[in-house]
Design a protein around this ligand. Structure first.
Ligand code: SAH
Length: 502
């Protein structure tokens, strides 16, 4: 089993620092049933390839298994695909040989782990339920996926293709730690056979390694079930914990379809309550102390929120703005999407909550950001209810799920600050659509989607507010439904897009 990882990042030999493995030396680590060797078939400033060769001993495997609980000799114990296929053995080898890199640490080049690099990983071979599965697992994570099939037996073409594939994954810009983590989780999922006993610890591993990206993955149900070998007692609570999302961020570019396991039967795909009755963000103690305006994000529902953020980010990209404001930026999910657009020169995130801001700084890895990237973004603490000169001179501003966290009678103050004083050319305001709430089975009439919401407006109320505001401040306004429209009640969320008319 051979895995190679190549980069053309300059100098490419920095890959050696990142992997903590010197390109000049062959290094080996012991793993159950064999050895993993790390070496570099090429290491120049232009291109560097690290190889991980897994050398499993079928006899050693049988011994390592304590005979697998079987007595006597069976041929399959000794003659099987385990030595050749990327499997849980490879994941163990990855964490043993490249654990520090997978954790995103690099003593000699401390800023490098945060740097997205052009990376190509090639795995020979993976076993998969079909050739489309590698694509379904890796494409949503931004990889270009190539799957090479092989004949079962080249002398017997009529037997067709084998279920073993050579897999090439290319990514234009990804952190090495992310690539290693994706391989660590997904290769055993493709293979669907684990060489060790699965227990709760395995679920913790999945939450730890997958928390950042798995909740947004369209195949998260499949991945979780296979990773945990269909152990019902473990799979469902793990999925629920993933979706409650302490680690929800970095949505993939496409909004995943709802996973049937992520919601209760018949409930629309919205609101944390419909997923698992999860404690709200607030209840988990993340809400900052102090004023009633100081709120934490309420709607933890997975795909709608990500969808909203992506829709807003997409609308903002279309404008090709140079300077963008994220007002009430919370933990910085939108900031993260905006940073990916190199044409945006400067992004300012503001929030009243110090706690939200420090979490945003952490999630965006501000401390480790390369200096040039670091100059593109600032986070500031401030309230949208008070005039603030720092908000002047921006081309676009977003307020994603912020207004409903303010008392309705404070909105005039917000309006004066954002539309009267800061006056960005474009403003995107999103808020829940109360008309849609009747579809939430757990929400009683008159209740809000989150404890911290001060109001939730119907489409008519939102439209009236937006139209009045636009008129008062010289903006044009357009209203957009966010999420899937349902006849009679509209989409779960709504957005007003304001464009300065003068
Ligand atoms: N826009 C983010 C967070 C939404 S939650 C997202 O979509 O993920 C609402 C955010 O508004 C919280 O982070 C809260 O701290 C912030 N907020 C509440 N009142 C505020 C005020 N007066 N000024 C600035 N931010 C405020």
């Amino acid at each position: 089993m051979l895995l190679t990882i190549s980069t053309t990042y300059q100098p490419a030999t920095d890959l050696g620092y990142l992997l903590h493995k010197n390109p000049a030396r062959l290094q080996s680590v012991e793993i159950t049933g064999g050895q993993a060797h790390v070496f570099y078939p090429e290491a120049t400033a232009e291109r560097c390839t690290a190889a991980l060769l897994l050398d499993l001993d079928p006899v050693g495997l049988v011994r390592g298994r304590g005979n697998g609980g079987q007595d006597g000799f069976t041929l399959e114990q000794y003659v099987n695909d385990r030595p050749y296929v990327a499997s849980s053995f490879l994941s163990v080898a990855l964490s043993k040989a490249f654990g520090t890199a997978m954790n995103g640490t690099c003593k000699d080049r401390p800023t490098l782990p945060a740097q997205p690099l052009p990376l190509v990983a090639k795995v020979a071979v993976v076993s998969a339920p079909g050739p489309d599965w590698p694509r379904r697992l890796f494409e949503p994570l931004g990889y270009a996926v190539e799957v090479e099939t092989t004949l079962l037996d080249p002398t017997m073409p009529e037997w067709g293709n084998s279920s073993y594939y050579t897999l090439t994954l290319r990514h234009e810009a990804i952190r090495l730690s992310e690539l290693l983590t994706h391989l660590y989780v997904l290769l055993p999922v493709l293979d669907n056979d684990k060489h060790y006993y699965i227990d709760q610890q395995e679920a913790e591993k999945l939450l730890h390694r997958g928390g950042d990206w798995l909740p947004q993955h369209p195949e998260r149900g499949f991945i979780t079930r296979r990773y945990l070998r269909y152990l019902a007692g473990i799979v469902n609570p793990t999925l629920a914990r993933l979706l409650e999302g302490d680690e929800l961020n970095d949505p993939a570019d496409e909004t995943p379809p709802p996973d049937p396991l992520s919601k209760k039967e018949g409930a629309p795909d919205d609101s944390a309550r419909s997923i698992s009755g999860a404690p709200s963000f607030l209840e988990r103690g993340l809400a900052p102390e102090g004023s009633r305006e100081v709120n934490a994000e309420g709607d933890r529902r997975l795909s709608l929120h990500d969808q909203r953020l992506q829709q807003v980010a997409h609308e903002i990209y279309q404008l090709a703005p140079k300077r963008v404001l994220d007002l009430g930026c919370g933990e910085g999910k939108l900031l993260r999407l905006l940073l990916r657009q190199p044409k945006i020169e400067y992004i300012l995130g503001m929030d009243v909550s110090h706690q939200a801001l420090s979490r945003a700084a952490q999630r965006l890895h501000l401390d480790e950001m390369p200096p040039r990237q670091r100059t593109r973004i600032d986070l500031i603490q401030g309230s949208l209810l008070y005039r603030d000169d720092r908000l002047a001179g921006f081309d676009a501003a977003a307020l994603v799920e912020v207004i409903e966290h303010l008392d309705e009678n404070r909105l005039a103050a917000l309006e004066a600050v954002v539309f009267g004083q800061a006056r960005p050319a474009h403003v995107f305001v999103t808020s829940p659509n109360a008309d849609y709430n009747q579809l939430f089975e757990k929400l009683n009439a008159g209740e809000f989607r989150h404890d911290d919401h001060r109001f939730e407006w119907s489409r008519a109320e939102f439209a009236a507010w937006a139209a009045g505001l636009a008129e008062r401040h010289g903006y044009q306004v357009r209203l957009v439904g966010m999420g899937e429209e349902v006849e009679g009640v509209g989409a779960p969320s709504q957005m007003a897009v304001f464009v300065l008319s003068d």
